[in-house]
Design a protein around this ligand. Structure first.
Ligand code: HEM
Length: 148
């Protein structure tokens, strides 16, 4: 990634991985407790608090990284019209995840909190797929540029 310190890329990958994995681990509990879904497994209640704390902390780090990406990476991609589809989809999913994350914390009505959690999980699962797509396309572009 041009314009960033070398280690930035690894921090970005670690924060996204921590966020995605902790989100996936929390998902069965959300589906079972908020949407009455019957599943074979969910994390034990004692461990859930720890995983939710890791998740929220990774969410803060990813939001900070998103701000750093906005100033160079996103603006450069926008100007050069590179990876527009996957980039815009990913940025929108991240904004939606941040907003619904706040909703999970602060919406007082159960119905609205459940709706925010449902949307959060849907955006999270979609966001993981789009992140993979965006990173894979970027990797291919860099390899092609190195060959030419
Ligand atoms: C920038 C991205 C994200 C931010 C800022 C974020 C933030 C948050 C916050 C603040 C919470 C509340 C934690 C708590 O319960 O104490 C939460 C819960 C949750 N997040 Fe995320 N998250 C993000 C991405 C994801 C992703 C990628 C997934 C993957 C599916 C995910 C799945 C979940 C689930 C299942 C919950 C529990 C919802 C509930 O209370 O039932 N999140 N998230």
């Amino acid at each position: 990634m041009k314009g960033y310190p070398r280690r930035f890329y690894y921090w970005l990958m670690a924060a996204f991985a921590g966020l995605g994995v902790s989100g996936l681990v929390l998902t069965p509990t959300t589906l079972m407790l908020r949407f009455d879904t019957s599943l074979a497994w969910r994390i034990a209640a004692e461990s859930r608090v720890f995983v939710a704390a890791v998740h929220a902390a990774c969410g803060f780090v990813v939001s900070w990284i998103f701000g750093a990406l906005w100033t160079v990476h996103i603006r450069a991609g926008w100007r050069q019209r590179r990876q527009l589809g996957s980039g815009l989809t990913l940025a929108s999913a991240l904004l939606g995840l941040i907003l619904t994350g706040v909703g999970i914390y602060y919406l007082a009505s159960d119905a609205w909190a459940n709706a925010a959690a449902g949307l959060h999980v849907a955006l999270g699962l979609g966001g993981i797929a789009v992140f993979g797509w965006h990173a894979w396309k970027g990797h291919r572009l860099r390899r092609r540029a190195a060959r030419d």
